[in-house]
Design a protein around this ligand. Structure first.
Ligand code: ZN
Length: 437
């Protein structure tokens, strides 16, 4: 089956299924390395064939070095033998990559190790310290304010030692070796929108594409943010050279409209395909590239300059729940996850189907009625749109303009234009050109 038909048949991955996957991934205490990343990849591998790579600590990668591996077993702050902060209540409580600690501290010694948000006193913030060895706890500001003088037992039972960085890949071969790259980060612990939504949508996207005919080869990268994509790029320069389109997925389950961030190139095929698809969704925004955000920073670094954009709903940092315990399972909505999957599939369908044709009967309009291409009945608005699309494709197909060019210029949906091209091809009025966008 083709993706176009699969899309018309409706999603195999309904919102509830996507939300179930988010809910399974949510409790794992992920970081940039460690067993929770491996467990995350094992869960994803229940749906798609994931190849896992382990890169040893200390391995040089581009300008970086693979860090030590961190695993967290238990952590608490206790007073009089009672846990007042407990890892098992929220894995956001421990600053990511904290070194182990086991000490009794006075309140004033403890306070510099506590992170809280005075503006949002009831939530637990998310903090990490990957590149500087320290320890800390993240707690609601109300708790900080209520701590009485006295002594506190503090324990972080963690291992920070030589090990490996783990990333996963799903490769779906296509007719050509040219690659569509889809990348999402795997390094956030219990944050539903900023991480689990991207993981779930990427998994469902891979599972859907695995079941359809593909022109492109698809490479899905599930890797920790920044260091993971740097590791992947360092090990896959040959694949990177074949990337024709790419998407970084994140923040895809909140109630907001879509935001697409263009690649560094600004006018790559994926940028135009995403902008065209999003033009059909009210409230959507397309923004220019900037060298911060997620792993598009690495894919779009000047030495690679890959045509990789970023699809999200509300962008990172623009919602109050971002990087706090309020980014929980209730913040992520099944219908939003499903809409995100469908939109990503629509964008993929555009890059899959975009092609350039030449009109074989370019002198005057060819007679479409004689070839059964003109509906003889009036009044059907869809028939009217189809006919207009036929005329646009015939007029613009001079071997230089692609179907996406025609969709942009005619303001018709890409699928309508591509369907018209298929009908004209079948009628012998068009021929494909070799040039692909
Ligand atoms: Zn984040």
């Amino acid at each position: 089956m083709r993706l176009t038909e699969a899309l018309r048949a409706g999603p195999q991955w309904h919102g509830d299924l996507l939300h179930d996957l988010v809910a399974r991934l949510y409790p794992l205490p992920r970081s940039i390395t460690g067993d929770a990343v491996r467990e995350t990849l094992r869960i994803i591998a229940e749906h798609v064939p994931v190849t896992t790579t382990e890169v040893p600590s200390g391995t040089p990668v581009l300008d970086w070095t693979v860090p030590k591996e961190w695993n967290l077993r238990d952590a608490y702050i206790a007073r009089d033998g009672e846990r007042i902060v407990d890892l098992h209540a929220s894995n956001l409580h421990v600053v990511g990559y904290s070194v182990p600690v086991d000490a009794r501290l006075a309140r004033d010694e403890l306070l510099p190790h506590l992170h809280s948000l005075p503006d949002q006193p009831d939530v637990v913030p998310y903090r990490t310290s990957y590149w500087q060895e320290r320890w800390g706890f993240c707690v609601p500001h109300r708790l900080v304010e209520s701590l009485p003088d006295g002594f506190y037992d503090v324990r972080i039972d963690a291992t920070l030692a030589d090990g490996a960085l783990t990333y996963g890949e799903v490769t779906l071969p296509g007719e050509v070796d040219d690659v569509v790259l889809v990348s999402t980060h795997t390094c956030h612990p219990s944050l539903a929108n900023d991480n689990c939504s991207g993981l779930a949508v990427a998994t469902a996207l891979a599972a859907t594409l695995a079941g359809v005919e593909r022109r492109y080869t698809y490479r899905f990268v599930f890797a920790p943010g920044t260091i993971g994509s740097i590791v992947w790029l360092a090990r896959n320069e040959d694949v990177a050279a074949r990337v024709r389109h790419g998407l970084v997925l994140s923040n895809l389950g909140d109630g907001g409209a879509f935001t697409y961030k263009r690649s560094r190139r600004g006018n790559a095929g994926i940028d135009r395909a995403a902008a065209h698809v999003l033009s059909g969704y009210e409230g959507s925004t397309v923004v220019d590239f900037s060298p911060y955000g997620y792993d598009e920073r690495q894919y779009c670094s000047p030495g690679f300059d890959l045509p990789v954009g970023s699809l999200s709903r509300t962008p990172w940092g623009r919602y109050a729940q971002y990087h706090t315990s309020a980014d929980d399972l209730s913040f992520v909505e099944p219908k939003q996850l499903e809409g995100s999957l469908l939109t990503a599939l629509e964008i993929v369908d555009v890059v899959e189907r975009d092609a350039t044709y030449v009109n074989l009967s370019p002198k005057g309009e060819p007679q479409l009625g004689r070839r059964g291409l003109y509906s003889s009945l009036g009044g059907d608005p869809h028939a009217r749109e189809r006919e207009i699309a036929l005329l646009w494709v015939l007029n613009q197909s001079d071997g230089a303009r692609s179907l996406l060019d025609i969709a942009e210029r005619s303001r018709l949906p890409f699928a309508t234009v591509a369907d018209a091209a298929e009908a004209l091809l079948a009628a012998g009025l068009l021929a494909p050109c070799d040039a692909r966008s």
